[in-house]
Design a protein around this ligand. Structure first.
Ligand SMILES: NC(=O)c1ccc[n+]([C@@H]2O[C@H](COP(=O)([O-])OP(=O)(O)OC[C@H]3O[C@@H](n4cnc5c(N)ncnc54)[C@H](OP(=O)(O)O)[C@@H]3O)[C@@H](O)[C@H]2O)c1
Length: 346
């Protein structure tokens, strides 16, 4: 099917309420953990039952804020809690692999913040451990679980865009320079590509799959991590993807999928809840409007939690919206780009 539609297919996103529920634990109660638990409790039936921190004081403060009953002053103690089904890993990138392996070894399913690891090799270790244990593992690439992504997926699968020739996406936010902060600290896996570039690259992989070749240019800052990068992905037949990111300035942060029959313009910020427009080669237009229930920017993090709960209840060990093979392939692209920029993975 490649004629221009008059209506959009319905979202297939897993509903936020009324489905399976899990007892969650969180490791690393920092900024994103606070955002995640806030929307989890406000907008879904999921409940955070335990929090593990390197400091009992920090765990206690986080627990008091969010009404979390089980409080632990170590990550090891949290993963040993028999009441917890799934562990959300919200520590810096540099800790993701080891903490995922820790939780999996304790028999817990894992949802790991993006990027799931510092390299494709590390992500493969997580995938192998989850497979061996028969447990669920996914990267918290929350955009993939939003209602709009499920509609775009169907439009792509139905051939509405024709032959996709180009996918472009940017994610840029200005962050003040701080050599100790995880964004700039090499030991913590700093850099624009791992923190922000993972989103546009993941979007291109979602649309076009893994590329045949990667070309990267950009600049490193004084701590040796990339502060800006432009990445071109090459595909069979000359199709291309283009991703851009910088931490030196805030960008438009939109995304466009350009096909021979139609294109999709995703409203900024393309990573968050929001609309998009389908535009035919003859300039016919169809707007997709998100429901208010999808939430504001950060509330959108909740969709992945409802999906993870349902997948685990249904016996899946991966999220079809964003399987481990895709998370690994995106990191292969990032490994390649970082190597070209002079900041290869450890
Ligand atoms: N999905 C999104 O939109 C989004 C947004 C922002 C960040 N993230 C991701 O979430 C992860 C955490 O980012 P964040 O901004 O929340 O970081 P953050 O505010 O620094 O919090 C991370 C927490 O991890 C723990 N931690 C463990 N080892 C650490 C170490 N070596 N250095 C510092 N902290 C360490 C700390 O908690 P304790 O010491 O108390 O255990 C800390 O509070 C990153 O991987 C990032 O990419 C995702």
């Amino acid at each position: 099917m490649n004629s221009f539609p008059t209506v959009f297919p319905a979202s297939t996103a897993i509903p936020l309420r009324g489905g399976a529920t899990l007892k969650w634990g969180v490791l690393g109660p920092g900024t994103i953990a606070n955002t995640f638990v806030t929307t989890l409790h406000a907008n879904s039936d999921q409940r955070m039952l335990g929090v593990g921190s390197r400091s009992l004081e920090r765990a206690s403060a986080f627990a008091a804020k969010h009404g979390i009953p089980n409080v632990y002053g170590s990550y090891e103690a949290l993963v040993a809690d028999p009441d917890i089904d799934v562990v959300y890993i919200a520590a810096p990138h540099s800790e993701h692999r080891d903490l995922a392996l820790l939780a999996l070894a304790a028999g817990k399913h894992v949802l790991v913040e993006k990027p799931i690891a510092l390299s494709a090799a590390e992500a493969r270790e997580i995938a192998a451990a989850a497979t061996a244990a028969g447990l669920f593992a996914a990267e918290a690439m929350w955009t993939r679980f939003l209602p709009k992504s499920t509609v775009i997926r169907q439009l792509l699968d139905d051939g509405v865009l024709g032959d996709v020739r180009l996918t472009s996406a940017e994610l840029s936010f200005k962050f003040g320079f701080d050599p100790e902060h995880r964004l700039y600290n090499r030991e913590l896996g700093g850099g624009a590509l791992l923190d922000l570039g993972v989103y546009p690259l993941s979007f291109i992989h979602f649309v076009m799959g893994a590329p045949d070749a990667v070309h990267a240019s950009g600049s490193l800052c004084s701590t040796g991590v990339d502060e800006q990068a432009a990445i071109t992905l090459e595909y069979a037949g000359g199709a291309q993807g283009f991703a851009a990111t910088t931490v030196l300035a805030s960008g438009s942060n939109g995304a466009v999928i350009t096909g021979t029959s139609a294109r999709i313009e995703v409203q900024p910020n393309f990573i968050a809840p929001g609309g998009f427009t389908l535009i035919s080669a003859d300039d016919e237009r169809l707007d997709w409007h998100d429901e208010p229930s999808s939430g504001n920017f950060t509330e959108g993090l909740v969709w992945q939690a409802a999906a993870v709960a349902q997948h685990i209840a249904d016996g899946r060990t991966e999220a079809p919206e964003h399987p481990m093979s895709t998370a690994i392939a995106v990191l292969e692209t990032i490994d390649d780009a970082r190597t070209q920029l002079g900041y290869p993975p450890r």
